[in-house]
Each structure stands twice: as C-alpha cells, then as structure tokens.
Write a protein that binds this ligand. Structure first.
Ligand SMILES: [Zn+2]
Length: 332
C-alpha cells in the first residue's frame, strides 16, 4: 500500500538534460545565497518580489507561486529527535536565519496539453501573517487566472495546503468550477466524525472546518493511491506526514515531474537530515521511510521534484549529501 512504483518515476537523462540544459549551470541550495550575501528566508529577494518561478520539464510548463512564509518561533519540541542547538546549526548551515524557522509556502501549477493544474491551494491568507499573497497577487503575476485552473490536486489536509480553497469568513468555495482531487485515505481520516475529539484542542479548528466543507462539495473527487487521478497525473502514497499524505507524478509523453508535497519540511532541516522527526509528521517513522524511498527513487531516475516548503525555486534534482540529501535547484 505504501509502495512507490518505479514505473511511475521513469524520466530519461535526456529529458532531465533538456529541462536544465538551456538555462545554465545548477547551483547547490545555499551556495549561491552565500555568494550573494544572504538568503535568510530560503527565497531569494528578487524571486520573492517577483512572486513566482517558471521552468520547463520537457513539454510540461511548471509555475511555482510563492504564497509567503511563516516565521515560526523556536520551540524545543519542533524536531522531536534533535536539540534546538542542532536545529539552529542546521538553519545556519543552509544559509538561513536562525532567529526563527523560516517556512515558505509555494504552490506548484503545471500547464500541459492546454490544461492548467494546481497542486494544493496555499494558506488563503488565513495563517501566518506574512503568507497569503498567492491568490491576491502572485498567481496573476505569474499569468494564471483562477478561472484558468481546471483541476486542483491536493497532497494532504493541513491548513496551509487547503485553506486557500475556501473563503475566510464564509468557507465559500474559491474554485467552484475546478475539479478538486483529494487522496482517498486522507479524506477518510479527516472526515471521520470521532476525529474531532481525538486530536488536541489546537488542531480541532482545522478538523471542524474540513468536516463543514469538503464532504459536501460536489466538485470534489477522492482518488486511490497508485492510480491516474486525472489525465497525466498519477498518485503515489507517501503516507506519514499525515495518514493519507500523497505525492504525484505529472507526465506528458516521456517527460515527468514529481510533486512531493510535504515529504519534508524545509530543505535545511529535513532534506539535510531525513531522519529528523518534525512535530508536524503524524506518523514519524512512516514519514521517514517514505521520504527516503522517494528521494532514493528520484536520484535513481534523475527526476525533478518539487517541495511545498522548499521556497523558490522549490524544485530540482536530489543528490546524496553526507548522511542526508541536498536539492540541486532548477535554474529559473
Ligand atoms: Zn505544509
């Protein structure tokens, strides 16, 4: 049930080369930032101001849209199996500020075959005060109108991924004409009536909001793992971050892109240290198992993968780096 099929990941070296070849050399995350005198939030200033990054994977046009970031205050329990000092040291090593944990939010939109598909939906400006620019500004700046989006594919039901589907005060749908595809296991978990009582007080707001909205939406379709959820998009069960967390492979001909979702939090912590169990991972051992599995596959296949909390550009190939992994970002 948790298998990541090799077939889903096949991307040729030629394809990967075509995606990168015309845009110059690659840079290991952090190194360019150091050279330019700082990238403390994980999103270079110029890209943060632009609000988006675009690149191609063969014929697939990929648009990553920046929704802002969360300046998460330090909490000694944030990484369950690492100290606060180790956390700060890892942030510093990644070229980030260590005054807080900078958590960027970045949506991936793909255009292929005349269709526009968005993965997750942002915070909707309803979470961190610095986030929420997506719908208001950056989507339009990237040349995407909300009415262009035919399909929204959801990785999981954490608030920073789904609250952008609904209006702040009324919970009204913001994309009533799009088909919304959600992971079957995730939907089942969050819509179980007894869940409200099972989760800590602080998590009940999101559970109640989910239960008051998504089950009644006629344009919502739940999809099984390992299936083609919409033409050219295949689901991969990467359970662990949440019970039904799901990643996707987007394919067009022989070209493919992996939309990872939250298989990690920010690179500096969780890609460099795949064994770190962040407090957001509901089933930490399973999250780690699937994290390692997907990255090893991405390396083997030379695939390009995106991460929701990887800033801008929040996509690239993965390399082994000591005991962890490193992102080699696409050039944009
Ligand atoms: Zn998230």
């Amino acid at each position: 049930m948790h298998n990541i099929t090799r077939r889903s990941f096949i991307i040729s070296a030629v394809t990967a080369g075509a995606a990168f070849g015309l845009k110059g050399p690659l840079e290991i995350f952090g190194s360019a930032a150091h050279a330019q005198g700082g990238n403390p939030l994980g999103v270079p200033q110029a890209l943060a101001e632009q609000g988006f990054a675009k690149f191609k994977v063969g014929s697939i046009e990929v648009i990553q849209v920046y929704d802002g970031h969360w300046e998460k205050a330090h909490d000694p329990n944030f990484v369950r199996n690492a100290s606060l000092d180790d956390t700060k040291a890892a942030l510093k090593k990644g070229g980030l500020t260590d005054a807080f944990v900078p958590v960027p939010f970045t949506i991936t939109v793909v255009r292929m075959g005349g269709r526009t598909i968005m993965f997750d939906s942002s915070t909707g400006g309803q979470l961190a005060p610095t986030a929420g620019r997506l719908v208001a500004k950056n989507l339009a700046a990237a040349g995407v109108q909300p009415s262009d989006i035919s399909t929204i594919v959801v990785t999981h039901y954490h608030a920073d991924h789904i609250w952008g589907l609904m209006a702040k005060e009324t919970n009204a749908q913001l994309y009533p004409n799009a088909e919304i595809i959600v992971p079957e296991a995730e939907h089942k978990h969050w819509t179980a009536p007894e869940l409200v009582e099972k989760v800590p007080e602080g998590a009940r707001g999101n559970v109640r909001r989910i239960q008051a909205t998504l089950p009644s939406w006629k344009n919502l379709k739940s999809a099984a793992p390992g299936t083609e959820v919409t033409s050219g998009v295949r689901s991969i069960a990467t359970y662990g971050h949440t019970p039904g967390h799901t990643s996707y492979v987007v394919s067009s001909g022989s070209d493919s892109l992996i939309v990872g979702g939250d298989v990690t939090n920010i690179q500096a912590l969780n890609l460099a240290n795949p064994g770190w169990h962040l407090v957001f991972d509901a089933i930490p051992a399973l999250a780690e198992e699937n994290r390692r599995k997907i990255f090893d596959q991405v390396i083997a296949d030379k695939s390009i993968i995106t991460g929701y909390h990887w800033g801008l550009p929040g996509a690239g190939t993965i390399q082994k780096d000591g005991s962890g992994y490193a992102l080699v970002p696409v050039s944009v």
